[in-house]
Structures are given as C-alpha cells and as structure tokens.
Design a protein around this ligand. Structure first.
Ligand SMILES: *Cc1c(COP(=O)(O)O)cnc(C)c1O
Length: 568
C-alpha cells in the first residue's frame, strides 16, 4: 500500500464528502477499479451509547451495531472486498467454510457478483443461517465434523477445482478493518480506551489492529485502544494462550458453546488476534454459556439490542470486569458482530414458552389475574434439571414455582399442576424443570376441568406388534353407563380413537376434526403434548393432554374435548 498516495487522496475534504459506507475507504483497499466494487451499502452501522448497562457500571459504554449490515453480521464488510477481488481475478466460482454467518454473507455477495458459491458448514449449523444462504442461491454442503474440517474441505476443493477460496484470508481483513475507520469517524477521531471484540477465527480482531496501525501510519490517530478478545469458555484457544502468555495457539479439539459464531477450536488468525491483544495492552477472557445468554438478554431487554449470543460475550466481559472497576469512567466499545435473528433458537432455549389461549378475553384475563405476566420471560435454569422424583406437597410445589417463575399462581391451578406431576411420576418420569414449565403452562392455558362429565375413559389397552396393525381396547363410562370397545388402526392413536367410537356406539357422537402432537424436549422419555379437535352436533371443541405417554396424553385430550364443549 502506498501510504503517501493514500494521504494525498484521503484528506479532510474527502472525509466530509464521501458517503459513510465501506466504499468510503476504497483508497485503503487493494482493489484496482473502484467503479467495480460490489457493494450492497455495507458498513455505516450505528454506534449506540448504552442507556442502562454503561451507566450502571460507570463506564462510558458504546455498542457498534454490526448486525445492521446487509446479511446481519460484520462479515459483509469483508465479503464485499472478497467478491470484488474474485470477480477481478475472473474466477468461475467461490468456495467457503462457515459456522453460518460467513455462508450467508458470501452467498449474498456471490449473488450480487453473479458467481456460484459452494459452502461447507458443520452439520449442526442453525437452520436459520442455512436458510439465509439457500435463499441467496448458495450451494450448501453439510459436513459431519467441525468448522475446521469444513475449512480443510473448502481449501482442498478450491485447490482442485480452481475456485476462489473465500473466508478468513487476506482480502477479507481489508474489508473488516473499515469498522475501525468508521468507528473513528463516529467518535470524531477520539480513540476509545478499549474495544471488546468476540473472537472466533480471530480475523476480525486482526483487522481491528491492522486498521489502527494504518491510521497511525497515516497520522490520523496516535495510538491504539486496548483490544480485548472475548471467547466462549467452551472454545477458547486464544484465551488459553493469553493466560499462559504464549505467542502461539494450542488448538482445542472439542468445542461446545451456544455461541456458534465463535465456536472455533483452531483459529486461522489466532496468532494475529493474540498479537493484537498483546501489542495493544488488552487482554483475553472466556465466558460461559449462561454468562453470554444473560448478557444477550440484558442487551435486548435493557438496551433494545437483540444480538447473537457470541457478541454478547463482549458485554458479559464488562459485567464481570466492570464490577472490579477496570474500565470505570473509561470509553469502551463493544462490537456487536451479529443480529439475534441469526439464531433465534438460543433465546427459545431459555424462554418461558409464551402461552397459547383461545381467542377469548377471559382466557387472557385468567392468565393476567393468575399473575402469569409478573413472572419471568426467560429462565437460566437447565431445562433437564430434575426437580421432583416423588410427588411434592403443595407448599413445596408452590415454593418451587415461585423460585423458578417468580410468580405465584392460585391454589386451584397449583393443585392441577400437582396432579399432572403425579401423572408423570406414575409413568416413571422424573419431573424436570422443562416438564414443570409445560405442566404449569398447560394448566394455565386450558380451562378448568369440565362442568359436566359425559364421558370418562376408565381403562384402555393398546397392543402394537411389528408388521401388524395396532389394536386398542377401551372401557368407557358414558353418562355413568359402562361400555367396551375395540378396534384396529393404522397407528396406536388411530386404533384408540376407533375403539372409542366402537365402544360409544350411538351414545357417543363425534367426528375427529384435527389431532396434533408436539414432542417436548428430546429423549425417549420426552413429554408428549396432544391436542385434539372434535365436532359434536355442529359444535367444535378442543382438548389437550400432556404425558410422557402419547396414548395417555391423547386419551386426556379426548376426554377434555368431549366433555368440554369448548367452542373454537
Ligand atoms: C464470524 C463471527 C465472529 C467471529 O469473528 P472472527 O473473525 O472469526 O474472529 C463473531 N461474531 C459473529 C456474529 C460472527 O459472525
């Protein structure tokens, strides 16, 4: 780079005149024909002053909202440069490895450049990120392996087929460094005291250091801020090296974190990221999933910024370090690298499920009066934590509910929750946090037990045999009179419904309108939620049942629908 030439071009007038996008910094990029820069107006992302967290910690805290880029992450800065370069080099296709965001960004810019894009991602990449790439026409291939396996695939494919290898390589850094230039514009060329950057491959961190070095050489600033690298404790090779004062990276073989975008065990630019930390006087620190999720929730609830768990690590760092005053009174920037919609499932993992009710104001009012909305909207309790192995007494249950949901429900609801817990335990299912949540919500959402009980299922038996139709037998009471029924079906629930129809004869009149099951959580002992819609004499009614046993859940739903006559 010819800095003298750049100096002659980038002057005060230039800063005043050029529009605030990545393209503004083209004189600092290795691109031949600026007219051919492939841009979707990336960059120009807001710098937002913290409203709650900063003042609370006594830090002059700012957030650089990189989620506002075209595909929702800072990667677009680099993709614009990479795809322009690929086009300039006249390649026939590009290939890239990704944990998701790189895939979305490269396929987007490949679309804008009219180049095919082949992407390798680890098998467990979130569907939301994959769908984004598919939408842009990216050719996704899932790899049974880690991100590093995917990176090796991309490199080999690029070599064998002569594709352009996009990703965390030299040209990308040229795009990513523009975040520094932009930040300085937004801060009127005052260097902040520290910038906290979430680190995966380390490329972004390396770019921040490069950006500062260039502006120092150009004489625009005279020093670098402390560059702080934050990682997930479950994938923290850079942090490990920093703690041992090493200059090299010792790869981490198994990676485990909710923050997929930084779940990298062997970072390509790890050494450069470490160097950025050392040479700027910063530090590196790792944070647990819970710390990141709590910070993510605080950012959205208290600041209105819904970001990916990975970049919430930067805020988790301040919450932890801010307390001991490291940055008290200092100007600090947290780089919020990606948007929350990139992986909405992380929030769903901690969310208290929103209630589903019938379109009746009374149903809402009963939730409202039961103080449901005074409770939490998220809980950081492990979903599969076992709460009850034997039936709790009412005061214990009440205390547990209060502890986990921060709200107390009326005695009647708690009794119904207790009954449901008993039902789980009878089936041999220990009650976990997530079971308790399901039970509590099902009770709150569904109306109390029916006024009149026309139908009662006394007992049932379902037999399923390999390669044979299932058969079901039922013993039912209709208006107090006992009937027996038996039938076959294509599946156990179908057999059961047929048996009910058979047993009820002319006394039971219904047609099944809809049946839906929802398996809650994973595992062979998962709880099943059944919802069933019946039509009786022109009236449609709904029933629900929750049990670790799908047949039992369906029976409960049937009884409730039949007796409830809940109009829908
Ligand atoms: C890619 C990415 C990171 C990590 O950046 P590196 O350059 O790999 O260190 C962090 N957060 C988000 C949202 C990302 O997409």
């Amino acid at each position: 780079m010819n800095l003298d030439e750049i100096k002659s071009k980038i002057n005060e007038e230039y800063f005043h005149k050029s529009p605030p996008f990545v393209s503004k910094y083209l004189p600092l990029m290795p691109i031949r024909d600026h007219e051919k820069f492939i841009s979707l107006k990336e960059g120009s992302t807001p710098l937002i002053k913290s409203k709650v967290i900063g003042p609370e910690l006594g830090i002059d805290l700012h957030f650089k909202l990189e989620s506002q880029n075209p595909t929702g992450s800072f990667k677009d800065r680099g993709s614009a440069v990479e795809l322009t370069k690929a086009k300039e080099l006249g390649v026939k296709a590009i290939t890239v490895a990704s944990t998701g965001n790189m895939a979305a960004s490269c396929s987007c810019y490949a679309a804008a450049a009219q180049l095919p894009c082949f992407i390798f991602v680890p098998e467990d990449t979130p569907a939301s990120k994959i769908s984004q790439s598919i939408a842009y026409g990216g050719r996704i291939v899932k790899i049974k392996g880690t991100y590093n396996d995917a990176a090796i695939m991309a490199r080999s494919v690029a070599e064998q087929l002569g594709f352009y290898l996009a990703g965390d390589y030299a040209y990308r850094v040229e795009g990513h460094k523009t975040a520094v230039f932009e930040l300085l514009d937004q801060m009127f060329f005052n260097v902040p005291d520290a910038i906290i950057v979430p680190v995966g491959c380390g490329t972004n961190m390396a770019a921040y250091a490069k950006g500062y070095r260039e502006y120092m050489e150009l004489g625009f600033v005279d020093h670098m801020p402390e560059l702080v690298a934050v990682q997930a404790s479950g994938a923290s090779p850079v942090v490990n090296s920093f703690n041992k004062n090493l200059k090299h990276i010792e790869p981490v073989t198994s990676v485990s974190t909710v923050a997929g975008a930084i779940g990298i065990g062997d970072p390509i630019d790890g050494v450069k990221a470490l160097d950025a930390v050392y040479s700027s006087g910063g530090f590196a620190a790792g944070f647990s999933d819970t710390e990141m999720l709590e910070a993510q929730y605080r950012l959205s609830k208290e600041e209105g910024l819904f970001v990916e768990a990975s970049c919430a690590a930067s805020v988790a760092c301040l919450i932890k370090d801010g307390k001991n005053g490291k940055y008290a009174g200092k100007k600090v920037v947290c780089v919020l690298t990606g948007g929350g919609l990139k992986d909405p499932t992380t929030i769903l993992k901690i969310a208290i499920k929103p209630p589903t009710i019938y379109p009746e104001v009374d149903s809402f009012l009963s939730l409202y009066e039961a103080k449901f909305f005074e409770g939490k909207t998220v809980s950081f309790t492990e979903k599969d934590k076992v709460l009850f192995e034997k039936e709790p007494d009412l005061p214990t249950l009440k205390k547990t509910l209060l502890e986990h949901f921060e709200t107390s429900w009326d005695e009647e609801s708690i009794k119904r929750i207790k009954k449901m817990i008993a039902g789980f335990l009878v089936k041999g299912k220990p009650v976990t946090f997530s079971d308790l949540q399901d039970a509590a919500q099902d009770v709150l959402e569904t109306p109390e037990s029916p006024k009149k009980e026309v139908l009662k299922v006394k007992d049932y038996e379902v037999i399923t045999i390999k390669d044979k139709k299932p058969t079901a037998k039922v013993k039912i009471l209709v208006n107090g009179k006992e009937f027996n029924g038996s039938a076959e079906g294509v599946g156990p629930v179908d057999a059961l419904i047929n048996a009910l129809r058979d047993g009820g004869g002319d006394n039971l009149e219904f047609s099944l309108m809809d049946y839906r099951v929802d398996i809650r959580n994973r595992g062979t002992n998962a709880v099943v939620f059944a919802e069933l819609k019946l039509k009786q004499k022109g009236v449609t009614s709904l029933g629900t049942g929750t049990s670790p046993d799908i047949i039992q859940a369906s029976i409960e739903a049937f009884e409730q629908a039949y007796n409830g006559f809940l109009k829908v």
